[in-house]
Design a protein around this ligand. Structure first.
Ligand code: ATP
Length: 246
């Protein structure tokens, strides 16, 4: 039996008041096993980012429950939620979100510092070597290419050994080759290191690196494709677009 890394039980997220109400997530339930790589796709506005934010504890569902590694995301204070995220969640954004004044090494060790954990420089160096940046430790983000910056962001997300690594279009700002490097890295995190990765993407090629694709439309899960190929994903997206009229 493979353990569960992520569980959503009937999660809904409603924005706004009556009149402007938007149901961004509508009663979504899912279970992802440890060591899986899942892509989340769907038309614009289908709820992909909201799903990721609720699953990662960056946003609170209106109703329903989220479990990471079997433990429910704290429903308590902001501080408790922050601790939960720091201990269990890694997040990679489209725009890297590195701190420009810090070096590569400082960026990567910052989460450990903020969490009051021991700074394991050797561990951080090993992760940076793994992402191919072992010789760039003292560089600033502005001295790196977009692909290299995203690899720093991935190293920063991996250094605290999160239960789940979330990516919100992590290849969205990269050229084809850099995107491929990042996707191979995420695949390796899953296949070699047993990490669990959940990635939102608009790109069928990026999605084809995952073990499975979840399709969202109107805040609901409307499809699941194991062993995706780029062509099959593109065909399914066209079909979804026809269904929801985009
Ligand atoms: N803070 C917010 N306030 C009000 N409505 C919101 C807010 N965030 C998202 N929404 C709405 O919730 C729905 C889902 O948005 P979400 O960003 O999750 O979609 P998405 O699938 O990630 O879209 P995209 O592919 O365009 O990034 C949309 O209708 C959006 O307008």
């Amino acid at each position: 039996m493979v353990a569960e890394a992520l569980r959503l039980d009937a999660v809904s997220r409603v924005y706004g008041e009556s009149g402007t109400r938007v149901t961004a997530l509508d009663n979504v339930s899912l279970v992802l096993p440890q060591g899986s790589f899942t892509a989340v796709m769907g038309p614009s506005g289908s709820g992909k980012s909201t799903l990721l934010q609720c699953a990662a504890g960056l946003d609170r569902p209106t109703s329903g429950r989220v479990f990471v590694d079997g433990e429910e995301i704290a429903d308590g204070s902001e501080a408790a939620l922050t601790k939960f995220r720091r201990d269990r969640i890694g997040f990679v954004f489209q725009q890297f979100n590195l701190l420009p004044t810090l070096t590569v090494m400082q960026n990567v060790t910052l989460p450990l510092k903020l969490a009051g954990r021991k700074i394991d420089r050797a561990g951080a160096r090993a992760v940076l070597e793994r992402v191919g940046l072992g010789d760039r430790l003292d560089h600033r983000p502005s001295e790196l290419s977009g692909g290299q910056q995203q690899r720093v962001a991935i190293a920063r997300a991996l250094v605290s050994r999160p239960s789940v690594l979330f990516g919100d279009e992590p290849t969205g700002a990269l050229d084809t080759r850099s995107a491929r490097d990042v996707l191979v890295l995420l695949q390796e995190a899953v296949q070699v290191y047993g990490q669990t990765v959940v990635m939102v993407t608009h790109d069928p090629v990026a999605a084809s690196y995952a073990d499975a694709v979840l399709f969202l439309a109107d805040g609901r899960i409307v499809g699941h494709m194991p062993r995706p190929t780029a062509d099959a994903v593109a065909a399914q997206m066209t079909h979804l677009g026809d269904l929801v009229g985009v």
